[in-house]
Design a protein around this ligand. Sequence first.
Ligand code: CUA
Length: 316
Amino acid sequence: MIALQPQASNFAVPIDRMFDAMLALCGTVSLGVFVVMFWFCIKYRRGSHADREGRETQKLGLEIAWTLIPFLLFVGMFAWSIDLWTMLRTPPAGAMPIYVVAKQWMWKVQHANGRREIDALHVPLGVPVRLIMTSEDVIHSFYVPDFRVKQDVVPGRYTALWFTATKLGNYPLLCSEYCGTDHAAMLGTVTVMSPKDYQQWLKASISLAPAQAGRRLFVQFGCSGCHDPGSGIRAPDLRGVYGTQVRLADGRRANVDDRYLHDAIMLPAGQRVAGYAPIMPAYQSRIDEEDVLALMAYIKSLKASSSSAEVGHAPH
Ligand code: CUA
């Protein structure tokens, strides 16, 4: 079938194919039902002289066929859609991370080297890109129709979305979750560039890489006063902590991932590591989501030290 929208990502063709198959299957079934229904309505209407003799009351073969064939067809569609869904939800291991923060009413984007943009997203052609997204206020939804991708962007949580752009050009970016007065104006553009142009574009604006900006904030917000190795106050050593597991004061175990770090910064009381006093202030209303992303980038960049096992990490 002809695509009504440009097909500009790796998902466009498989999703369109699935949509067309679903439309064809459901269309055929509905058409069959309605044609037979209308035909019978007219032929056997009251007062018609149609032959009503020799009526079949049982035909097992036919009944099995019309139950089993549609059943298998629709289960087939289900299996196909699960397969496609899994692909949509599983970014390849080396996918390039880009951070997206949504707020009323704009899209704020930060690339791995620190370059920022608003209501625009530049991506290289043919490279898998993974967006890590959160919101500063209400639920938004990141939607690029020409890529056939859409994902809710939720405050207090990270959601992800991946794609590989397959065509150069500019594509509209929309918000598809009603988020207030200017929801309809929360628009942007995704620009697909050749990988070489993208590299040049990245370097064109000099700003601090997230990990460096994170270090600066780490000092500015006073985190370093307790968390830096050698500080006088006993707080977990953050070197190498990302990706490990810690035991919390309430007995739970937590995987130190993006979400845990985010919550531990915003509302540390509920995330406290066993053995430490509850002295860290909550940063929830004092720090915005972009700064949290930078802090996390800094914490992720810290390498484990040989002595870190005794301080921050649960031994088992
Ligand atoms: Cu943001 Cu609608």
